[in-house]
Design a binder for this molecule. Structure first.
Ligand SMILES: [Zn+2]
Length: 79
């Protein structure tokens, strides 16, 4: 009698587990995998007006005539 109870518990647990798996499979087939989010827009690449080096705009120094790789080249180019 004791083994019958254990068997019943195992069967119920197996039944619940199988139902969960079936529900998960249904959900996966119903909703297609979501496309990955587009990567964040990269910084625009700008060219130093003095030496021509390319660098991201957030690292560049913006002068009145354009972008520079540093304040030194801004001073050279703009005086
Ligand atoms: Zn430069």
């Amino acid at each position: 009698m004791k083994y019958l109870l254990v068997l019943a518990v195992v069967l119920v647990a197996f039944y619940i587990w199988r139902n969960n798996r079936a529900a998960e499979a249904r959900e996966q087939t119903a909703t297609p995998p979501r496309a990955p989010a587009p990567p964040a827009a990269p910084d625009a690449i700008v060219t130093c007006r003095h030496c021509g080096v390319h660098l991201p705009s957030r690292e560049a120094v913006k002068g009145t005539l354009g972008y520079y790789c540093g304040p030194e080249h801004q001073r050279f180019a703009e005086g």
